[in-house]
Ligand binder design. Structure first.
Ligand code: F6P
Length: 523
């Protein structure tokens, strides 16, 4: 049975939320009743189109979908990723203790902490100049080569923690198979002082392996000795065999397990670039913050549970108010890469049209997620968000404390953010708009404000885990497996076939774009 046949789903369909948002907002204590404060973070969902009875009905839906049961099964290491027959245990990576946790009869905690210890030693050695390049010089440039989850998470966190960067070390990220990505970075790098992190869960991904091979050639050409790459290449992966075949020995490999999904892997050794950019202590604080959110998600009552609440508001907007997209708008320049990370985390997880049992769904699942940093977004697509024909719910994200020394800038930033949220919610009617329909704003456009105390590693970890768990809860309510990604396979197979045609010297007789490119002197 699909979840839209559940009584709670039906009750939500019949639920008429007739009061306009501006009336709801006028209720005494609207902010107090429709906000949640947990240490380090405030959620203000007073501008969502919900009343108390809406939330109660949504909580009923969570109950009928057994969100809490599935949550507990995830944390316990049950194989809830059924289509890949895997546990889902990125949460174990941020558990501080060695308390046992068994998967397939094996306690996974010692392995996690062993890798963390090795990451710490390695990071310290690089920072202290004890890890030297082949010619005896210390490392001053890190190049992370990876794509998808092996790129977006660490890249976003390294960008977000700009104020925590270790001096004297530059960290680059290369992901695209467009050679220009690697080429541009190599122009600025010195092989003697450059360390490559080859980040790939599978160590087979086309883009990453092509870039890794090119980087190995670049280093080999400089040192005239492939053995020299020992000091310049490390691997972050689950695939020891492929890592060895590439020429990286196990002592230069930082492993993780297949129960860490790629898009949930920044907490694993895939986060080595974060530790190198900011220091291991900072990386640990990031893990601690995420663990704090894990504890909150596991223990807080559903009505006061931040991931459950956010997820339910998203379900209300997507399935009952029928909005197709979600704008994620960090009013924080240092969080500018958050939407890119979230796009993979959310859309690769919940962009599914078939239930866990293989049934075709008759309700909507994940929305299109997009966003850029505020206030830049106001000067690009906000016209459509305010007056377009689609209602686009928004997540506004900001920090109480600025990341810079200018309070005036921060006041302008925050007032702009709240102004946008208010304008979307309350609008401006025809009379107030001088009887000019072009200048009216309908209002009733929902948003949530997520306010972090400050953008420190702990809060960031907590905040990212909040989004991860929101995705999880929504996946459970939609009845899908949020942890596989079969939708990316077909394109990969077709690209492999096309590569063979494009690379072969034989003429292609087809009248199509492939032949056109070959005939135009592609090779
Ligand atoms: O895009 C598909 C995908 O499999 C993602 O899920 C993953 O994060 C990315 O490719 C990279 O995979 P890997 O870390 O194995 O190179």
């Amino acid at each position: 049975m699909l979840n839209n046949a559940l009584p709670a789903w039906k009750a939500l369909e019949h639920h008429q939320q007739t009061s306009p948002l501006r009336t709801l907002l006028d209720a005494p204590n609207r902010f107090g009743d429709f906000s949640l404060k947990i240490p380090g973070l405030l959620l203000d969902y007073s501008r969502q189109r919900v009343a108390g009875d809406t939330l109660a009905l949504l909580q009923n839906l969570a109950k009928e979908c057994d969100v809490v049961g599935w949550r507990d099964r995830m944390f316990a290491g049950e194989k809830i990723n059924a289509s890949e027959n895997r546990a889902v245990l990125h949460t174990a990576l941020r558990r501080p203790s060695n308390e046992e946790l068994f998967v397939d009869g094996m306690d996974v905690m010692p392995g996690i902490h062993d890798t963390l210890d090795r990451m710490k030693k390695f990071t310290d050695a690089v920072h202290l100049g004890k890890w030297k390049g082949h010619t005896g010089r210390p490392i001053d440039t890190i190049i992370n080569i990876g794509i998808g989850g092996s790129d977006l998470g660490p890249r976003m966190v390294v960008r977000a923690l700009h104020n925590y960067h270790v001096k004297g070390l530059t960290v680059h990220f290369v992901s695209n198979v467009d050679g220009a990505d690697l080429y541009n970075v190599l122009q600025t790098a010195n092989p003697d002082t450059t360390l490559f992190l080859i980040a790939s869960k599978t160590f087979t991904t086309l883009e990453t392996m092509a870039n890794a091979r090119a980087a190995r050639e670049w280093a080999g050409a400089h040192f005239r000795d492939l053995a020299a790459i020992k000091q310049h290449f490390v691997a972050l992966s689950t695939n020891e065999k492929a890592v060895r075949e590439f020429g990286i020995s196990p002592e230069n490999m930082f492993p993780f397990e297949d129960w860490v999904g790629g898009r949930y892997s920044l907490w694993s050794s895939i986060g080595l670039s974060i530790a190198l950019a900011t220091g291991f202590k900072v990386f640990r604080q990031l893990l601690e913050g995420a663990h704090e959110m894990d504890n909150h998600f596991r223990t807080a009552a559903p009505e006061k549970n931040a991931p459950i609440l956010l997820a339910l508001l998203g379900i209300w907007n997507r399935n009952f108010l029928k909005s197709d997209s979600l704008a994620v708008l960090p009013y924080s320049q240092n969080l500018e890469l958050l939407p890119a990370w979230l796009q993979q985390a959310d859309m690769e997880s919940n962009g599914k049209h078939v239930s866990r049992d293989g049934e075709t769904l008759t309700h909507a699942t994940g929305p299109v997620v997009f966003g850029t940093s505020g206030t830049n977004c106001q000067h690009s697509y906000f016209q459509l968000i305010h007056q377009g024909t689609d209602i686009i719910p928004c997540d506004f994200i900001a920090t109480l404390k600025p990341d810079h020394p200018w309070p005036d800038h921060h006041a302008m930033l925050i007032s702009n953010m709240i102004a946008q949220a208010n304008a979307l919610a309350t609008g401006r009617d025809l009379v107030a708009s001088g009887n000019d329909p072009q200048r009216t704003f309908d209002g009733g456009r929902p948003s949530t404000i997520l306010l972090l105390d400050e953008l420190d590693p702990f809060n960031l970890g907590q905040f990212l885990a909040l989004y991860e768990h929101r995705i999880f809860v929504q996946g459970i309510i939609w009845g899908i497996n949020s942890f596989d990604q079969w939708g990316v396979e077909l394109g990969k197979v077709l690209a492999g076939d096309l590569l063979k045609i494009l690379s072969s010297p034989e003429k292609s007789e087809q009248n199509d774009i492939v032949s056109h490119i070959k005939q135009s002197g592609f090779r």
